[in-house]
Design a protein around this ligand. Structure first.
Ligand SMILES: Cc1cc2nc3c(=O)[nH]c(=O)nc-3n(C[C@H](O)[C@H](O)[C@H](O)COP(=O)(O)OP(=O)(O)OC[C@H]3O[C@@H](n4cnc5c(N)ncnc54)[C@H](O)[C@@H]3O)c2cc1C
Length: 439
């Protein structure tokens, strides 16, 4: 081919492990901590400089629900994180926002959990490529300041959010709408100071139409997730959409970063000039990365669909249950797109106490013996991804993947062949909500 170079080089294998985890977001931390606590040698690489994934690199201001009514669905790692934050940052938990994220405390929480678990990890290190032989990953190639190196493990878990490891291994991935490829809009989240919650206008969208009429915004966008109270005077924003962003394309991400920083100025004007309580609000910091709600979904041995949500599905190989509503932000800034988002949001939601089951098979990447995928990139259609992608859901799939990888590496079998009853027993011993599994 015309414009190519051939690059070939012998590189060292610097790490050998029972379980390798790519990505240190909620799914990756849950997977690594769980496998390490089961006595396995674990190595995790994380591209950024902290654990937490979107919550820390994209400054997501709040967790979605951990519970359905009084049933705590994210038992296990999710419960531990929840308890840690409530204990160390009680000022962040109030009737305004029961699950807001004190981001520096969350980073410490994950540092401690990972260190205490005995798992090894490297920040500023990315998965660059994968060597596969006969449906089995032989090694992953990583890159860091030291250069390129290889890691060999018995089991591999993809928790990169974007499904990078699986994609590089050649697994079947889908992106966005199956017909149009449309993906949910992205949002640059940020932290602000100077808000007075005692006077804050609710709902925050109350004067959007006035602001549209006054040309405050370059784009007329009626989605407005809003500002969350993190603690007195400190707010986390999830406002403004950037459309047609592909989180797996750095050129697309580059333009989105520039556009979204500019757009934040427009929201600053709206909040300060149209709403009470925000007159003195000032931007402290915007996230280092625009928030990506949707990119690749890695196809597993089961693909969860909207029917599973509708049916409150139960499965023999269930590894947990979750409940967040269907939440597909429109990928196009049109009235039709916004109306569909709003309608789905209202139609597909559960009553208190309801939940859907999550089958183990969906974590097993189709066509591979030793690869699991957990977190945002799990094997679903778009509808189910929009529910299960939130952080409590990622703890559930992450910890199950970690436990399954630990079992498979110990027994020496393929991920699809593990004793599911043993996996369920293991998860139950940590409190996982598995009402349909016998003890
Ligand atoms: C704007 C926005 C608002 C949201 N609001 C909420 C909310 O209110 N509540 C809620 O619970 N959830 C919310 N979410 C969803 C949630 O934050 C994410 O879906 C969730 O964090 C996904 O977890 P994860 O572990 O799968 O991936 P991530 O959190 O994305 O973590 C993946 C990690 O992998 C690393 N990584 C990526 N590629 C590589 C690679 N090749 N090599 C090494 N490391 C790599 C990344 O640096 C990252 O740290 C929101 C998301 C967005 C974008």
């Amino acid at each position: 081919m015309a414009n190519e170079v051939l690059y070939s080089k012998a590189i060292p294998v610097t790490h050998e492990a029972d379980v390798f985890v790519a990505g240190g977001g909620p799914a990756g931390v849950a997977a690594a901590v769980y496998a390490a606590r089961m006595g396995k040698k674990v190595y995790l690489v994380e591209a950024s400089g902290s654990f937490g994934g979107a919550a820390t690199t994209m400054l997501i201001p709040a967790f979605m629900q951990f519970s359905s009514d009084d049933i705590f669905l994210a038992e296990g790692i999710g419960r531990e994180v929840h308890t840690y934050l409530k204990t160390k940052a009680p000022e962040c938990y109030s009737r305004y926002c029961p699950n807001s994220i004190p981001v520096e405390i969350l980073k410490l929480c994950y540092d401690e959990m990972m260190t205490e678990s005995g798992a090894s990890f490297s920040f500023f290190t990315s998965v660059l490529d994968v060597i596969v032989r006969d449906g089995k990953i032989d090694a992953v190639i990583c890159s860091s300041k030291q250069g390129i190196f290889a890691v060999k493990a018995k089991m591999y878990i993809d928790c990169t959010g974007d499904g990078d490891l699986s994609y590089l291994a050649g697994a079947e991935c889908r992106k966005g709408d199956d017909e149009t490829g449309e993906m949910m809009a992205a949002t640059l989240c940020a932290l602000w100071e100077g808000t007075d919650f005692s006077r804050a206008t609710q709902p925050q969208r109350a004067f959007l139409e006035d602001a549209f009429r006054d040309n405050v915004f370059t784009n007329i966008d009626r989605h407005l997730p809003g500002m969350w109270r993190i603690k007195d005077g400190v707010t986390g924003s999830n406002v403004g959409h950037i459309y047609d962003v592909d989180g797996t394309d750095s050129d697309s991400m580059t333009s989105a970063m520039v556009a979204s920083r500019k757009q934040l100025r427009e929201y600053r004007k709206y909040y300060r000039e149209y709403l009470d309580g925000y007159e003195n609000m000032e931007l402290v910091i915007s996230a280092q990365q625009i928030g990506i709600r949707e990119s690749r979904r890695v196809m597993g041995e089961y693909v969860m669909t909207l029917d599973d949500f509708r049916n409150r599905a139960s499965f023999d190989d269930e590894i947990g249950r979750y409940c967040y509503n269907i939440d597909i932000h429109s990928g196009k800034n049109t009235d039709e797109g916004y109306q569909k988002f709003a309608k789905d949001h209202e139609t597909f939601r559960y009553a208190a106490g309801e939940s859907y089951g999550i089958p183990y098979r969906m974590l097993v990447v189709r066509g591979f013996d030793n690869l699991l995928a957990a977190g945002r990139c799990v094997s679903t259609d778009r509808y189910m991804q929009s529910s299960l992608r939130v952080m409590p859901g990622c703890y559930i799939t992450g910890q199950a993947a970690g436990a399954a990888a630990a079992i498979a590496s110990e027994v020496g079998c393929a991920a699809r062949d593990i004793d599911v009853a043993r996996l369920q027993k293991q998860l139950k011993s940590m409190g996982a909500y598995l009402p349909n599994c016998e003890d």
